[in-house]
Design a protein. Structure first.
Length: 244
């Protein structure tokens, strides 16, 4: 019990206190409009590109969770396409916000894939987005992170895993045992409420009620609820074809 409190609840309490001290916008009308997108103009970026980004949620959720979204642009396409799922509308919204901003802050890059590989995978991403039809429920899901995780599962060649703070990423409407989202490991999962993962991209993860603790094996680090991954590198990237 003491170990559980130390690993799962203490980090959340500290993260909540830190967030309360820092403050920040809690509604879209309070976003800092001085923060602008740093994405290059699509017209000046002819290569195909796929990005997964994450931004800290607001309100009480911000102590434990991030919101994730997908940005894509096919070769020579004139504009970026951003896809989110939020509680403000179903099922999927496109280009409701600048491609790399969330609540007036720039998102953290989870994965960034460009060139011919991205061009080959974008049609499958588009198909997965088009077929998504889940409702929205904050916890345990389906929510914004369930949507992004579902797209990543539909295109396992991306080799991408969402950060441990993407609460809802592990939600499935049934018990599951099989490959991890990146396809580089195995997992067992009960509706996103209780689970365990072991993989090259995911590392070792234990999920209790959506809170995730574990170890990063690929780039040594620890994973704590509320903080996510703590280590030399703070963002995850897609696994290359040889798994490195």
């Amino acid at each position: 019990m003491i170990a559980f409190l130390a690993v799962f609840l203490l980090p959340v309490a500290i993260a909540a206190g830190t967030m309360a001290y820092r403050g920040g916008p809690t509604h879209w009308w309070n976003w800092d409009r001085r923060v602008t997108s740093q994405m290059p103009a699509a017209a000046g970026h002819p290569q195909a590109r796929i990005m997964v980004l994450a931004g800290r949620t607001r309100g009480w959720k911000g102590a434990i969770a991030v919101h994730t979204w997908i940005v894509v642009k096919g070769e020579n396409e004139p504009a970026w396409r951003r896809y989110d799922v939020t509680r403000w509308g179903n099922p999927v919204r496109m280009n409701w916000w600048p491609p790399d901003l969330w609540f007036g802050e720039r998102g953290t890059v989870v994965a960034d894939i460009s060139g011919p590989r991205a061009q080959a995978l974008i049609p499958r991403i588009d198909a997965a987005i088009k077929s998504y039809s889940e409702d929205y429920r904050i916890w345990p899901g389906p929510n914004s992170n369930t949507f992004v995780a579902g797209v990543l599962r539909a295109v396992p060649e991306l080799g991408v895993a969402l950060p441990p703070t993407a609460v809802g990423r592990d939600f499935r409407p049934w018990p599951y045992a099989g490959l991890t989202d990146s396809g580089t490991g195995i997992e067992a999962n009960l509706w996103g409420l209780l689970g365990v993962k072991l993989g090259w991209v995911e590392g070792v993860e234990i999920n209790v009620l959506g809170l995730v603790a574990g170890l990063d094996l690929r780039e040594p680090g620890v994973k704590l609820p509320g903080y996510g991954r703590i280590g030399p590198h703070l963002t995850a990237t897609a696994a290359t074809k040889d798994g490195r």
